[in-house]
Design a protein around this ligand. Structure first.
Ligand code: CTP
Length: 401
């Protein structure tokens, strides 16, 4: 099989150096990469680096090897074009169809999916001109990854950092896997909860669960790759990198998770509750560490109920037509329990999977049945958590119309 052909466009920002790592990830995982930098990008990283790392010739303009008509061929033959970093100037040119160098020509001739990973100073990102250009590109079907928040070129910090190359690579991998399809969640805001809540007993102990957060992260990543604006409410998922272009809200307890989900759900088109929320929390939080006392039995731990967030957001939808998805981890009578739970929670879809000590928790794979309130049943065979995530978004997108 031919290697997938990727065009890596690099425009002139300091984050150009990070594109070297993105390039390596593509080449090491069997992609044929043609790097097309802008002339400004070469001020940051030279042509020799791009050429040596990609094993392909590098040019910034249309006048090299004219007999090969590169300004048309490169775009026409690509399976994916990714521009990382995409400067404010590059976004403006792409949005207006300007074509004054090889990269902008390539963007006009490409009919494959296009991903932009912008990087710039916060002021430039927030400027209405840039925001309108981004909206135009998204409306036309490009995936524009939200920049990360953090340290910028100088001492300043804010929104505008290039997301981690590993995460941009994940977005590209998902976009490539789906082929030339419309980013069907473009213009949508989706909320995903992930991980497991921890209910503190005292400053050092908590009641928790085994959820790793990986399924929720896969949902967030795939939604972003399908063009959605994503808010990921993450309960105790330290160790998992923030997915590129996703707004991550870290929380600890069920009460905090409820607050964050309700806030984000106010303008959301869909909410997916993949988090394992503790049903109970200790009635009393001991401000000091609970000590054992010689000769005495330990005090029993009294629990109180936590709010049922899924049932609450299903009963009290923030917007009409909002699609709500729950997850159910069951050990016995999986489908029957799933149907009962779907009715009890009042959500539109319930992803039911069988769990046990060695099943699902922390693994990279999953197997499930998605039950619909309309009586539908969609089995998802054993496979990567991202495949299950894409099935969930297919079902959500169909319900959003
Ligand atoms: N959930 C929630 N709030 C809770 C508990 C669970 O929103 N307090 C959500 C989970 O995020 C998940 C779904 O409800 O999407 C199902 O969770 P599960 O624990 O299986 O359901 P329970 O109602 O707790 O049922 P069970 O009696 O089986 O524990």
């Amino acid at each position: 099989m031919d290697k997938p052909k990727v065009v890596l466009g690099v425009s002139g920002g300091i984050a150009a150096y990070k594109a070297c790592e993105l390039l390596r990830r593509f080449t090491e995982s069997g992609h044929d990469v043609r790097v097309v930098p802008t002339a400004s990008a070469l001020h940051f990283v030279g042509a020799a680096t791009w050429s040596a790392l990609s094993g392909n010739p590098v040019s910034t303009e249309v006048w090299d090897r004219v007999e090969e008509v590169p300004h048309v061929r490169i775009g026409q033959h690509a399976d994916l074009v990714v521009v990382a970093p995409a400067t404010a100037d590059m976004l403006a040119k792409a949005a207006h169809g300007l074509a004054d160098d090889l990269l902008t020509n390539t963007l006009l001739t490409a009919r494959c999916p296009v991903v932009f990973a912008p990087a710039m100073h916060t002021e430039m990102w927030e400027h209405p001109a840039t925001q309108e250009n981004v909206a135009t590109l998204r409306r036309r079907g490009a995936v524009v990854v939200e920049p990360a928040v953090g340290r910028l070129t100088g001492v300043d910090t804010g929104k505008g950092r290039l997301p981690d190359p590993a995460e941009i690579f994940e977005v590209c991998r998902r976009v490539l896997a789906r082929g030339v399809r419309e980013p069907d969640l473009a213009g949508r805001h989706v909320v995903v909860s992930a991980g497991g809540t921890r209910e503190p007993l005292d400053p050092v102990r908590f009641l928790g669960n085994r959820s790793s957060g990986k399924q929720g992260y896969a949902l967030a990543r795939t939604a972003a790759a399908r063009g959605a604006r994503v808010t990921l409410v993450a309960a105790n998922t330290t160790g998992l990198p923030d997915p590129a272009g996703v707004d991550v809200v870290p929380v600890g307890t069920a009460v905090q998770l409820r607050e964050a989900v309700l806030k984000a759900a106010a303008d959301a088109d869909a909410v997916v509750m993949a988090a394992a929320v503790a049903d109970f929390r200790p009635a009393v939080y001991a401000a000091g560490k609970i000590k054992k006392k010689d000769g005495q039995d330990p005090e029993p731990i009294v629990l109180v109920r936590n709010p049922d967030i899924l049932a609450e957001i299903s009963a009290d939808r923030a917007r009409s037509g909002q699609v709500i998805v729950g997850f159910a981890a069951e050990t016995d009578d999986v489908l029957a329990n799933g149907r009962t739970k779907l009715a009890r929670k009042g959500c539109d879809l319930l992803v039911v999977n069988e769990v046990g000590e060695r099943k699902t928790f922390g693994s990279e794979e999953n197997e499930a049945v998605v039950l619909g309130a309309d009586g539908s049943e969609t089995p998802v065979p054993h496979g990567p958590k991202e495949a299950l995530a894409d099935t969930v978004w297919d079902l959500v997108a169909a319900r959003l119309g």
